[in-house]
Design a protein around this ligand. Structure first.
Ligand SMILES: [Ca+2]
Ligand SMILES: [Ca+2]
Length: 269
């Protein structure tokens, strides 16, 4: 067990917050709470130019071998006053809650990017960008909201083609599935390559709304954009036909999609 902020030693924790190297996985006490430290990063997030310490923290209800974490929150220790601020998250349970600091909102002050793996079979994560300028938490990006704003259609077409349409961005993509093998294709297609009128699968084609989000500094100017990756699935969850990558950039008021592309996986030959 591990004590921060003068629980045992009144000087311990003064001038330092939790740090990555020593404290990950340790329990800490602050403001009358106890939490496990999951990940940490240092940077000025409130804009006073003094580096702050930012961690993801949470409870570990299972035994400590289990990676499951609940009540996940962001914990900021102000580098100047050493005061703690805890920001609870909307989706607050999952695996491997990581924190990354970087400027996403173009004000040259670090924002807080948090990712939590959902752990479900969909393989998606919950991702947030918080800003903390002047010690006020704001949430400019929530991956659930952002992904739900992107509306898609996935339509199987004659001759082993799957059309993916992003209605929101008015973009259309065509995937060739002719190398899927006869077992897969014969359920959907007639021998002449036209679509069957009666298809015996419970569902066919979807872009899973929730995906994964990665910060990328495309212009190498110290400003991070968000790369949202969503899976296009065919007959079932594990049948990934492609992924849609949407790059979202801060426009001064919100994150907006600037570029979108569809990526396919190579087939063995
Ligand atoms: Ca600061
Ligand atoms: Ca910023």
């Amino acid at each position: 067990m591990f004590y921060i902020n003068g629980f045992h030693d009144p000087y311990y924790g003064m001038g330092r917050g939790p740090h990555k190297d020593n404290d990950i996985g340790q329990m800490m006490y602050y403001n009358g709470h106890s939490d496990y430290i999951m990940d940490c990063a240092d940077g000025d997030v409130n804009g006073d130019r003094i580096p702050d310490s930012v961690c993801t923290v949470g409870n570990r209800p299972g035994d400590l071998q289990s990676p499951f974490v609940e009540n996940i929150a962001i914990l900021i220790q102000d580098g100047k006053t050493h005061k703690y601020t805890r920001i609870p998250l909307k989706e607050n349970m999952g695996y491997n809650p990581t924190v990354f600091l970087g400027d996403f909102t173009k004000d040259h002050i670090d924002d807080i990017f948090v990712s939590i793996d959902s752990g479900g079979s969909g393989g998606f994560s919950y991702d947030y960008v918080y800003s903390f300028v002047d010690n006020i938490p704001r949430l400019p990006f929530d991956s659930e909201e952002a992904s739900q704003e992107l509306k898609y259609q996935v339509n199987y077409r004659d001759f082993y083609k799957v059309e993916v349409i992003c209605d929101t961005l008015k973009k259309k993509y065509i995937i060739d599935i002719s190398d899927k093998g006869s077992e897969y294709l014969s359920e959907i297609y007639n021998p002449d390559g036209t679509l069957k009128t009666q298809i015996d699968t419970p569902f066919l084609g979807e872009v899973i709304p929730l995906g994964n989000v990665y910060p990328v500094d495309y212009q190498r100017d110290g400003i991070y954009d968000l790369n949202l990756i969503q899976r296009v699935i065919g007959k079932y969850n594990a049948d990934t036909l492609a992924v849609v990558e949407t790059i979202l950039e801060w426009n001064g008021a919100e994150f907006v999609p600037t570029t979108q592309r569809l990526s396919i996986f190579g087939s063995e030959f």
